[in-house]
Design a binder for this molecule. Structure first.
Ligand code: LIP
Length: 267
């Protein structure tokens, strides 16, 4: 088996175990441990516990790899592989008991920076639905044992799109202005699920035609972006203005990617 395939299998096994821990903790009740970048940017004890489990399992299996996690930061490794991990993507959903959250684990080669890394394998595991979205570079995108693909075309009613908002209230006006540009141009409707990794997985599975959001962190998108491209979709990320709102991400079926990227201002 290829390195990429082995990395993908390891990621799936660990994501399943981590997701079951997250679900167990959720069912027992969740405590907010702290706030981070803004009052709305919370971390729970479960986020920290799940990331610790993932790090332990990865270190045992591949001790020379690097790690970049939402809760514990970056650790360079001796190999050229880095694991990019969001232990619970959709943390606010998780804290409120909304079942839309996921464990996102990706293995990348090179600098652990979204526009520089070479994504090798990724998994997005949704513990409540039990859905495992996974991809290995060059081997397509999958939901469990079923191959998935982006929608080949978008109907006359327009595109079903998803987006999200940053935690910093100062980004709200820009986010709302962005929606005001995109929706009239091309959308039949808009979804805001609250977990970027699942939004990207849904584009890959054809459940959404496209997704756009500013301010995502590397761990939010590392696995989902690979799912989109392995499913035949297109993914773009840029700093349109270098402002405080962070980079813009656009992911979509090729049928609308250019229109969405232009409407959203992806340079
Ligand atoms: C979340 C993303 C979501 C975004 C939220 C937050 P977290 O990640 O998945 O798309 O809108 O602001 O960044 O914080 O739950 O890992």
């Amino acid at each position: 088996m290829s390195l990429e395939h082995d990395l993908g299998s390891l990621a799936i096994d660990i994501a399943r175990e981590a997701g079951e821990l997250a679900r167990t903790r959720r069912d027992a009740g969740v405590a907010i441990a702290a706030t981070k970048s803004a009052l709305a940017d919370i971390v729970t004890e479960a986020d920290r516990e799940v990331e610790a489990l993932i790090r332990t399992r990865l270190k045992a299996a591949r001790p020379d790899d690097g790690f970049l996690g939402e809760e514990t930061g970056a650790e360079r490794g001796a190999s050229d592989v880095t694991w990019v991990v969001d232990p619970i993507d959709g943390t606010v959903n998780y804290a409120y008991g909304i079942p839309t959250y996921a464990v996102s684990i990706a293995a990348v080669r090179g600098e652990p920076t979204p526009n520089e890394w070479d994504a090798l394998a990724g998994v997005v595991y949704a513990p409540v639905s039990g859905e495992v979205f996974h991809a290995v570079r060059g081997e397509g995108a999958w939901l469990g044992v079923n191959r998935i693909a982006v929608n080949p075309e978008v109907g006359p009613a327009g595109a079903l799109l998803a987006t999200g908002f940053g935690y910093d209230p100062a980004t709200r006006p820009g986010d709302l202005e962005l929606i005001g540009r995109v929706m009239p141009e091309m959308a039949r409707d808009l979804r805001r699920a609250g977990a970027a990794s699942l939004d990207l997985s849904y584009v890959a599975a054809g459940r959404l035609d496209g997704y756009f959001e500013r301010g995502l962190s590397p761990w939010d998108l590392a696995a989902g972006a690979l799912l989109v491209t392995e499913a035949g979709g297109r993914f773009g990320r840029a700093e349109p203005d270098g402002g405080p709102r962070g980079p813009l991400v656009v992911a979509a079926t090729p049928a609308i990617f250019d229109r969405l990227a232009e409407a959203a201002g992806l340079v």
